[in-house]
Design a protein around this ligand. Structure first.
Ligand SMILES: C[S@@+](CC[C@H](N)C(=O)[O-])C[C@H]1O[C@@H](n2cnc3c(N)ncnc32)[C@H](O)[C@@H]1O
Length: 249
């Protein structure tokens, strides 16, 4: 079984299986927005919540922090940041309004000290001034960006000096039997659950392919270093199914 799956379909000009073109990604998330949370719970047995909690810890928030949560989707990380980290402000952004509509509905039930806002924005072209956030976060979003370098440049621009970027993303288990089982689960079980919930199995085949195409831990760290971040580190969770990278401006 190959460890990566990043060959592109050069013959017909169609995107390769795991390639995150903007149209494909918008199409998938606008279609599955109302089932996204249920899919997460069923497919990860609820472990995704513990991963987001670990990402909030990695963000090392202060009560004065202004936080930008990119690719915020239905708002689970934005709200975890607000509830657990209790910073001054969380701005959750995403380029699919249907996903943010679910986030806004959930945020109505939040009454903590943190101000929580959601707004439509492309993570590769951010509508915020230079040096305006203490922390930027992204959970399961970077993998869906056609141009990660553009995202890293934008995050460096909007972070204050010393600001921190926390990336929670699917990654590569190092223990081969666990990796084999995980890849089997991605290929067989994920499209089955997703197809049952949404009648759109194809989106979940993309999910498998995009995870298999994404760079492993050390390679993502090298990309962050190349972009100009410093003090880069990562921690694996659930045997490396996900990794949490932190990087400093
Ligand atoms: C897998 S969801 C993750 C949602 C949420 N962060 C979570 O933890 O559940 C990925 C999200 O990234 C968003 N996204 C993908 N590409 C984007 C882009 N270029 N700019 C902004 N959002 C994007 C999608 O619309 C989707 O809501």
């Amino acid at each position: 079984m190959p460890d990566t799956n990043d060959e592109r379909d050069t013959a017909g000009g169609a995107p390769a299986p795991g390639e995150p073109t903007a149209d494909r990604v918008r199409g998938i998330f606008s279609l599955i927005a109302d089932k996204y949370d249920l899919f997460n719970i069923l497919s990860s047995f609820g472990i995704d919540r513990t991963w987001r909690r670990a990402a909030v810890q990695a963000a090392n928030l202060k009560t004065s922090s202004r936080v930008l949560d990119l690719c915020a989707g239905t708002g689970d990380l934005s709200l975890a940041l607000a509830k657990q980290g209790r910073p001054a402000e969380v701005v959750g952004t995403d380029f699919v309004p249907e996903m943010l509509a679910v986030a806004e509905q959930k945020a109505r039930g939040f009454s903590g000290r943190t101000k929580v806002f959601f707004s439509v924005a492309d993570a590769q072209d951010l509508p915020f001034p230079d040096s305006s956030f203490d922390v930027a976060t992204v959970a399961f979003g970077v993998r869906n960006l056609p141009d990660r370098a553009a995202n890293f440049a934008e995050v460096l621009r909007v972070l204050k000096p010393g600001g921190r970027y926390v990336i929670l993303e699917f990654s590569r288990p190092s223990f081969a039997p666990w990796r084999w089982f995980y890849h089997l689960y991605l290929r067989v079980v994920i499209p089955a659950i997703g197809g049952l919930l949404t009648r759109d199995r194809t989106s979940f085949v993309y999910l498998n392919d995009s995870i298999r195409s994404f760079p492993p831990q050390a390679q993502l760290a090298a990309e962050l270093r190349g972009a100009g971040f410093t003090a880069i580190s990562w921690e694996d969770r659930t045997g490396g199914i996900v990794a949490i990278h932190t990087a400093v401006k």
